[in-house]
Design a protein around this ligand. Sequence first.
Ligand SMILES: Nc1nc2c(ncn2[C@@H]2O[C@H](COP(=O)(O)OP(=O)(O)OP(=O)(O)O)[C@@H](O)[C@H]2O)c(=O)[nH]1
Ligand SMILES: [Mg+2]
Ligand SMILES: [Zn+2]
Length: 298
Amino acid sequence: MLKGIITKGVGGFYEVLCDDNTTYTCKVRGVYRKDGGITPLPGDIVTFKVLDEKDREGHIEEIKERRNYFNRPPVANIDQLVIVIAVESPNPDFMLVDKLIITCMSKNIRPLLVINKTDLDKSNGAEEIASSYRSTGFPIIYLNKFEKDKYEDLHRELTGHITAFAGQSGVGKSTILNIVMDNWLMDTGEVSDKIKRGRHTTRHVQLFKLDEGGFIVDTPGFSSFSINDIEHDELENMYPEFEPAIGYCRFKGCSHTCEPDCAVRELVSEGKLDERRYNRYVELYRQLKENFDNRYKR
Ligand SMILES: Nc1nc2c(ncn2[C@@H]2O[C@H](COP(=O)(O)OP(=O)(O)OP(=O)(O)O)[C@@H](O)[C@H]2O)c(=O)[nH]1
Ligand SMILES: [Mg+2]
Ligand SMILES: [Zn+2]
């Protein structure tokens, strides 16, 4: 029995990459499915039986327990999400960024913020974006496609982890992926896929192995998350910068939206929590609360 990671799955066939960089094309054993087994996803760690060593074919026998997974796009075991925000073209959608961070927190994923297109920054836009997120403690990396040496910082963060990319359309995700691939991709035989990338829009999830370990994940449409599966009273836990205040509000079960002597709002007045980010929290809280209150209505 061998072990590997699924880098791609198309039409019931799964590409499984082993530690020694050999790739096997595997199908799922029928019995596994009938046992109520789950469908494998790119990112899954699997054990498989070799059926044909020469043609590198195998049967997936077991899917290891997942750290997390998404249905859309279908991918498992993401460690990190690079959230790309452009200084301009397009203008930042901060609500989307906040929702992506919430999704990360709920799925045990580390967010990395990339402030991109800094070459277009005429009026301190990058600093304004950063100021909204500095107190989260997440890494903030500044990039623009004309300064190639800046990508070293990103590469360092990617090494050893499975990282996906998200953000509005047009912020520069593909541009960043291509630069990373051109510089730090390990040759595991998917070069033809790499060459095809330029001409085709991404339709399948695919993991690409980095030279110093880790994977970057090319996914279609990671930008349209819904956070409706988050409970309104859990939302406070999705904001790392609220942490010092949690438990210090006057009222137990404080929603941090309107109550007197609220320690979270105190953080805002002390300048330790960005007011705009706090206001978006209030808006999201109200939306989630409304969904909750209407859960039995139609
Ligand atoms: N000025 C400037 N333009 C950039 C930069 N990075 C990317 N662009 C341009 O922005 C446009 C969109 O870039 P993409 O990489 O296709 O953006 P994307 O996020 O992959 O967009 P979708 O695939 O639609 O989600 C392209 O015309 C890029 O050349 C940058 O650092 N500076
Ligand atoms: Mg793209
Ligand atoms: Zn409070």
